[in-house]
Design a binder for this molecule. Structure first.
Ligand code: AMP
Length: 165
């Protein structure tokens, strides 16, 4: 006997209400953004966007013998402006933009939980070998996420005709 599926078996895209798009603000992630926007539009879901500024001390192993605060301030200013431009391009309103500070994986998880997201969309390079062992951001987001995660393939091996520009 087949057990009844809760929710009448409706597990389609229309179940997503709040979609969180994670961006590193590179050209590459515009492809990811187009997917997320199309998906959110077809589901009638809210589209949110998150960018995490990685602390320089973290990127350089926490052992830099100089004061990085003014550099970090400049990075923050630039990220703020880039995120605003990016969000404008994809029609994401101000209240749905999240500029955060810390490790991307943990910050994406934190925002997804605090903002009750039901889908996270990230780009994935589908790396192999050592990079796979070390783990990419997409990998980190997938592990420990409290909601669904969609990984959109990005990178040089994507043929232009595969792109929905
Ligand atoms: P990576 O594994 O670093 O090449 O990044 C893959 C994907 O993770 C990107 O396409 C973004 O979706 C997401 N991502 C990477 N870095 C960040 C960041 N600093 N803030 C938000 N999302 C990020």
């Amino acid at each position: 006997m087949v057990a009844p599926i809760p929710n009448g078996g409706n597990t389609g895209m229309a179940d997503y209400r709040r979609v969180l798009l994670a961006v590193d603000l590179t050209e590459e992630c515009r492809r990811v953004a187009r997917r997320a926007r199309a998906l959110a539009a077809s589901a009638g879901a809210e589209l949110h966007i998150v960018h995490a500024i990685e602390p320089l001390s973290l990127a350089y192993g926490g052992d830099v013998p100089m004061d990085l605060s003014s550099v970090q301030d400049q990075i923050h200013e630039q990220a703020c402006a880039h995120l605003a431009d990016f969000a404008e391009d994809f029609g994401v309103p101000e209240g749905h933009r999240h500029l955060v500070f810390g490790r991307p994986e943990s910050e994406i998880h934190r925002i997804a939980e605090s903002e009750a997201m039901d889908l996270i969309v990230v780009g994935s390079h589908g790396r192999h070998g050592l990079a796979l062992l070390l783990g990419s951001t997409a990998n980190g987001v997938l592990h420990g996420a409290s909601c669904d995660v969609l990984a959109v393939r990005v990178g040089r091996d994507i043929a232009p005709e595969d792109d929905d520009a």
